[in-house]
Structures are given as C-alpha cells and as structure tokens.
Design a protein around this ligand. Structure first.
Ligand SMILES: Nc1ncnc2c1ncn2[C@@H]1O[C@H](COP(=O)(O)OP(=O)(O)OP(=O)(O)O)[C@@H](O)[C@H]1O
Ligand SMILES: [Mg+2]
Length: 293
C-alpha cells in the first residue's frame, strides 16, 4: 500500500533528489551522429520514462545524463534540491562533476547516481549480500556497516532468504531485484534504469513494476526509466519522453496524470494516454528525422 506523492515522502526519502535538465544535446560516436537533438527535463523527485525506436540513442542519452560520457554538444545540468549541494553539482562546462564508471551497477564517487541495466550484471563469484554491498565497499564503508545496509535493502526487496545464494542460483526476477537492491543501497539521488525488466516474463515484470512504483513513491528518488513497453512507461512515470529516428530526437514530453494508487490498466484514462504515446512513436514525419533542423 502506498499513497504518498514524492513531496510527501517518508523517512525513507532521499534528501536532495537531483533534477535533470538536458538542452540541445547532440552526440556522435567516432563521427557517427546517434543523437541529433535531445531536450530532457526532470524535476527533483520526478519520474520520467523514455521510449522510442531501437537504436535511437536512449541508452546513450541515459549514459550522458549519468555523466559516463560527455555530449558532443549541448548542455546537461544536474542540480540537487538541497541548496548546500547545488554548487558542487556543476563543473565549469556546465556538466555534473565527473562520475566514475564502475563495470557493474555503476555509482558516482559521491554515490549520488545509480544505474541498473537490463542484464542485472551481478558478479557471479559473489553471493547476493556481497553483490548488494559492493557499491558501499567501493566507497570505503566498513564491512559490518555495508553488510547491514545491504541486508536491510535485501529485506525490502523480500530477498532476505537469498542473502547467501550465488547469482547462478537465482531466477531472472530475483536477479533483477538484487540488481535493484544494489542500485538503491547507496540511497541515490538519481536512479537511471535501462530496460531493467525487459528480459522477464510478464507476471514477474508486472510485480517488479509495482515494487518500483511503490519504492519511488516512498523515497522520492528522481528516476529515469528507459523501456520498450508503452504500458510500463505510462503506468510508472509521471512524464513520458519519446525519442524518434536515427539519429534520435526527443519529442515534446507527455504528462501522465493518473490518479495516485494502483494503476488501472483497463481504465479509459490509461488507455488514452498509451494511445497518445503510441501516436507520437508512430506518427509520420513530413521529412526524415535526419533532415529535420
Ligand atoms: N560505445 C559506442 N560506440 C559506438 N557506437 C555506439 C556506442 N554505443 C552505442 N552506439 C551506437 O549508437 C546508436 C544508439 O545506440 P543506443 O544503445 O543508445 O540506442 P537505444 O535507443 O538504446 O537502442 P535499443 O532500444 O536497441 O536499446 C546505435 O547505432 C549504436 O550502435
Ligand atoms: Mg538501449
């Protein structure tokens, strides 16, 4: 049960959630343009879903927002709603302070930003508890403290019984819950999710969607979710951003104004919002996206 909006979050809430503004972002890999133009805005504590054409640059956009790569042009600003942090959040170029790339899960040195990828990317030689504790270990948290924090997060994900299992002993859904616990153990201020549940069966996916939605409403962590599912986007996010074409371009954001509470996927309002997103994803453009100004 949950009924709270992010601005009314409980003691689990994350202070200083990060707001994101990306303006006129363009990105090329080795001269090949993969994002032609991206504008993104997420207020602190907001939840944005990004959907769109495969290969259109969604993962690249997420990596740019997370600071893993620098845009070819344009500006990405991350700001904390906690005033004391604000001045630390910007580098001279207007980009957020550098973020280290770790080869699993990924956390900023300040542990402000967490990633969660489709495959989960658990370390196969570590048990569940030590996988979840890993980001804290990278930040120099003492063994007892980090195990306690990991254990508490696993309890929230209903995985207490699996703390000592190895990743290979888990189902796909359990692996994703462990990956999510690992992404959340540092209490990030910005959570970047790249198709986290894409490989799961529908029933498991719906259950994890619901867990994610409740978690967001309890903590108010700013969340950006890339997904191929329009229904998942509309049921979880407060705003949906469509990326079209190759190289990708963002279209105007669609606000998702559904009543608080469990989403009724057969309601007129839900179906109509899904149609709005679908229309943006499929509408014919008068010119090829590459030729648009
Ligand atoms: N590190 C990289 N080096 C070179 N090209 C890359 C790199 N990462 C992505 N690309 C290319 O950039 C384009 C966009 O890729 P990206 O993964 O961002 O798309 P996507 O929208 O996430 O696709 P999907 O929906 O299939 O996950 C693709 O053509 C891809 O091959
Ligand atoms: Mg992708």
């Amino acid at each position: 049960m949950r009924s709270q909006e992010p601005d009314q979050v409980t003691s689990e809430s994350v202070p200083g959630a990060i707001g994101v503004v990306a303006r006129a972002v363009r990105h090329s890999f080795n001269g090949l343009n993969v994002i032609a133009h991206a504008d993104v805005q997420v207020k602190p504590g907001g939840f944005l879903a990004i959907v769109g054409d495969s290969g259109g640059g969604k993962t690249t956009l997420l990596r740019l927002i997370g600071g893993l790569i620098e845009p070819t042009s344009g500006q990405i600003l991350l700001s904390a709603n906690d005033q004391s942090k604000q001045s630390n959040s910007y580098s001279q170029s207007g980009h957020v302070a550098p973020v280290a790339t770790l080869n699993m899960g990924t956390i900023s040195p300040g542990s402000d930003i967490s990633f969660c990828f489709q495959e989960g990317r658990l370390l196969p030689w570590r048990n569940v508890l030590d996988n979840v504790a890993l980001p804290l270990e990278m930040h120099g948290v003492r063994p007892q403290e980090r195990r306690a924090a990991a254990s508490a997060m696993l309890a929230k994900m209903q995985l207490s019984d699996s703390e000592h299992k190895m990743p290979a002993q888990l189902s796909g859904g359990m692996r994703m819950r462990v990956a999510m616990a690992r992404a959340l153990v540092t209490r990030p201020k910005l959570l970047l999710l790249d198709e986290p549940f894409g490989a799961l069966d529908e029933v498991t996916r719906l259950a994890l969607d619901e867990e994610l939605r409740q978690l967001w409403q309890r903590t108010g962590t700013t969340t950006i979710l890339v997904t191929h599912s329009i229904q998942e986007a509309v049921s979880l996010a407060k705003e949906v951003l469509v990326m079209r074409g190759k190289p990708g371009r963002t279209l105007p954001t669609i606000a998702i104004d559904l009543p608080t509470g469990a989403v009724q996927r057969n309601s007129m309002q839900f179906v109509s919002l899904c149609q709005d997103v679908y229309q943006q994803m499929t509408a014919q453009t008068t010119q090829a996206p590459e030729q648009m100004p």
